[in-house]
Ligand binder design. Structure first.
Ligand SMILES: [Zn+2]
Length: 261
């Protein structure tokens, strides 16, 4: 069997050995969500798995399988859950999934866990799931588990943002299917991106101009026709490499600071 940082590709005995040596376990949290006509719908789950895998490798950690589905896509950060293809969980379901996975991994012996988020809307539900899992674990007498939560884009520093977005940066919420995700996909999963599918007639109204509030039921006309919130046209594999390397390096620093890995 090949050596792998991915838990699903490990035998259980290797996994147990690593946990006994206090390996950090990463859980990527993604979504199944439309990303325009130029990318597959796996973006949030697959990218986060790759980012968590790359980070785990640097700290001798283990990367568990991602949570493939995420909380409802919101118009202001993912185009909206009304768009066909986007297949979402209720908040309470995501909380329950995170709670079960976190508790299970800790019961098996992990004491340092990182939940890495890759879908903007998930964050507070992951936070709640982790907190409830820690409460469950304390009731079981396990009180020495530490969990970090992060969204990988928060580790791209200002200097890199200035370099990669010379015309100005509109914020991570509007980066849905934009330059960051598309560049990372070009680097990591080139077969799942097709830049020729960026149809200029469809990719209009970008970056999206959205109200500074939410409205339900969703008003579909607020979402640009492509379903993207910023234009991916300037994406390159090279930008993907810079984004990955900067984010991974800064995540490793933060993890070493908290966990002393
Ligand atoms: Zn996305």
């Amino acid at each position: 069997m090949k050596d792998s940082v991915y838990m699903a590709e490990m035998d259980a005995f290797t996994y147990r050995e690593k946990l006994a040596k206090d390996a950090i376990v990463f859980v990527p949290v993604g979504a199944l969500e439309q990303h325009g006509s130029h990318m597959a719908m796996c973006v949030d789950a697959y990218l986060t798995k790759a980012m968590a895998g790359a980070t785990a490798e640097k700290v001798g950690g283990i990367c568990a399988e991602p949570i493939i589905y995420g909380f409802k896509s919101q118009q202001r950060s993912g185009g909206g859950f009304h768009l066909t293809g986007t297949t979402s969980l209720d908040g309470s379901t995501l909380i329950a999934i995170v709670r079960d996975i976190c508790r299970n991994i800790a019961e098996d012996g992990a004491r340092k866990i990182v939940f890495m988020n890759g879908h903007y809307e998930n964050y507070q539900f992951v936070y709640e799931g982790v907190d409830l899992a820690l409460r469950d674990l304390r009731m079981e007498g396990i009180d020495d588990v530490e969990v970090m939560l992060m969204s990988y884009w928060d580790f791209v520093d200002d200097k890199t943002i200035e370099e990669l977005y010379p015309e100005g940066f509109t914020g991570w919420d509007l980066e849905h299917a934009g330059v960051m995700e598309t560049s990372l996909m070009l680097l990591l999963y080139p077969d799942l991106v097709d830049m020729d599918r960026i149809d200029e007639e469809l990719y209009v109204g970008l970056p999206a101009v959205l109200p500074n509030y939410d409205v339900l039921p969703i008003k579909p006309e607020y979402t640009p026709p492509s379903g993207c919130l910023s234009h991916p046209g300037a994406s390159t594999k090279e930008k993907g490499e810079i984004l990955r390397d900067v984010a991974v390096k800064n995540m490793v620093d933060a993890i070493e600071k908290e966990f002393g890995a």
